[in-house]
Write a protein that binds this ligand. Structure first.
Ligand code: NAD
Length: 318
């Protein structure tokens, strides 16, 4: 990775991944691609920024040519809950946008990182210890686009030797940029509300177990996989990666260890609950561990402590 483009760099993962890539590979060598959302001063001032709508192949092509990009981390996407509200948009961005990026990568011989998701599974998938290779019949537009994306990435590697790589991210918990409309957003919001109001109304029901990961591990997964020796990779795209699995009761109990008077009640959102119920309770990520040494650092207690410490400072400053 010498000259890197991050699409969707203003989003939850992109905003932090771009800064880490700039630290490691040099500020000038990492182009932040954004679209409508205003980038933070930090992102805008620390390196090159380009407006990149991934549904416009000419724009993607021009930016890749202009900056002599050799690696694209393609994070631009429409997330699960927003995709259910606007499936046509989700198809356009998640499928046509990805196709454009892969075509440009083929033309300019770029490596490409594409995150898939736990949303690529469905109700007929074994939901406990979900295997790397298993049934994938999602019943959401997000899931449909994620499975198709995984297959498209495999195809571009096999057919055109494009160096595609990717992981299936679980719900990502972070304290810098708010999540962009996913089903696991509650696991971020709960921290903000616990600190600000000491109470939270959860939109997923008790007993809804889902895989989760703290942002530093999500960043590590992307960089470690892109740096991995390709000779070791039997899979290339869509590696299951996880760090922890919990339900709302378990994370609330963990928060209560630091904020004892925190209370939580429920107002279940049927759309989000339906999506969550079709996703794994916990994934088997042994293929990632074996093929490129994946190992998360953050457990639920360590993450909870860090989230509360960082957010408490941040919310006081505001
Ligand atoms: N955050 C999670 O919990 C999670 C979990 C699993 C997978 N993922 C995947 O990781 C990737 C990044 O997710 P995120 O959480 O940062 O999402 P996000 O919604 O926070 O960010 C995505 C960004 O893409 C941008 N975008 C939308 N349409 C675009 C277009 N046409 N062209 C260019 N940019 C466009 C949005 O403005 C946004 O800034 C996505 O592929 C997502 O599916 C995320």
């Amino acid at each position: 990775m010498k000259n890197i483009l991050v699409t969707g760099s203003v989003g939850q993962i992109g905003s932090e991944l771009t800064m880490e890539l700039r630290k490691r590979y040099g500020n000038d060598n990492v182009v932040a691609g954004g679209r409508k959302t205003k980038p933070s001063e930090k992102l805008l001032n620390s390196g090159p920024f380009e407006v990149v709508d991934c549904t416009d192949i000419d724009v993607v092509n021009d930016v890749v040519r202009k900056h002599e990009i050799d690696t694209i981390l393609h994070l631009a996407a429409i997330l699960s809950a927003v995709a259910e509200a606007n499936p046509q948009l989700a198809w356009d961005v998640n499928i046509n946008g990805l196709y454009n990026v892969l075509e440009v990568a083929r033309e300019h011989k770029c490596a490409v990182f594409v995150p898939s998701s736990i949303g690529a599974f469905g109700p007929s998938t074994p939901l406990d210890n979900t295997p790397q290779d298993t049934i994938q019949r999602p019943n959401t537009m997000y899931g449909v686009t994620k499975v198709a994306g995984e297959l498209l990435c495999d195809y571009y590697y096999k057919r055109f030797s494009v160096d595609t790589r990717g992981v299936r991210y679980p719900g990502i918990i972070s304290n810098e940029t708010l999540p962009g409309g996913g089903t696991t957003d509650y696991a971020v919001e709960i921290f903000y509300e616990a600190i600000k109001n000491k109470k939270y109304t959860c939109n997923l029901g008790a007993g809804t177990f889902l895989d989760m990961m703290y942002m530093p591990d999500a960043i590590k997964a992307a960089i470690d996989l892109m740096e991995a020796d390709p000779a070791r990779l039997k899979h290339r795209n869509a590696f299951n990666v996880t760090a922890m699995s919990f339900d709302p009761e378990i994370i609330a109990a963990e928060i209560r260890k630091m904020i004892p008077d925190f209370t939580m009640d429920y107002d279940v959102d049927p759309v989000k609950q339906g999506i969550a119920d079709s996703w794994p309770n916990n994934m088997d990520d042994s293929a990632a561990r074996e093929e490129w040494g994946w190992e998360p650092e953050y457990t639920l207690p360590v993450m909870t402590k860090d989230m509360i410490e960082v957010l408490s400072k941040k919310l006081v400053q505001k």
